[in-house]
Design a binder for this molecule. Structure first.
Ligand code: 4NP
Length: 171
């Protein structure tokens, strides 16, 4: 924090980014995969540590939802994550904890009983460009149709570009 990812890497200190949703089977696995893809395209893998987690343990050990993985593959995005629950140690370890909606935000802060980490918790939609500025959350696609998964990927592609730009800015 306070230093760009490029600046940190010069100190051999990776910038650690954790994407968080409720189940860790739809939104945060997709965000994780998209951010990884963007970072790889820019050959910046060496400066980032990237993962995702869910505030619920309900889907622990599961692959991402088949509908999410299929929507990813339709645009050549592989989504390989296995669901795990967020633990308080993640709040210490990661530099940026990127949540998908306000409910995720509240659930993360509930883990932070000493109120030490709230400054690290940011919303994915804070990084949207003008085209996607009307979103104040990445909507949960779990109970909806196919189009919800496509919309989530469109929104996550846009917001992850904004996030990466904000982290590698060298000014
Ligand atoms: P996610 O979606 O938080 O984007 O992984 C959900 C997955 C499962 C459930 C809710 C949301 N669920 O209620 O089981």
């Amino acid at each position: 924090m306070g230093m760009s990812a490029v600046g940190r890497s010069k100190l051999m200190n990776k910038t650690k980014v954790l994407f968080v949703c409720l189940g860790n089977i739809c939104r945060s696995p997709a965000a994780d995969a998209i951010f990884n893809q963007l970072v790889s395209e820019k050959n910046l893998q060496h400066i980032f540590e990237i993962d995702s987690a869910g505030t619920s343990a309900h889907h622990e050990g599961e692959q991402a939802d088949a509908r999410m993985r299929e929507a990813g593959l339709r645009r050549s995005l592989s989504i390989p994550s296995i669901s795990r629950q967020l633990v308080v140690q993640d709040l210490e370890h990661y530099d940026y904890i990127i949540v998908m909606d306000d409910s995720n935000y509240q659930n993360v802060l509930k883990l932070d009983t000493a109120n030490k980490y709230s400054g690290k918790v940011l919303k994915m939609t804070d990084y949207a460009s003008d085209e996607f500025k009307h979103f104040d959350a990445v909507p949960d696609p779990y109970f909806g149709g196919e189009e919800g998964f496509e919309k989530v990927l469109d929104l996550l592609e846009n917001t992850n570009l904004g996030l990466l730009e904000s982290l590698v800015r060298t000014d």
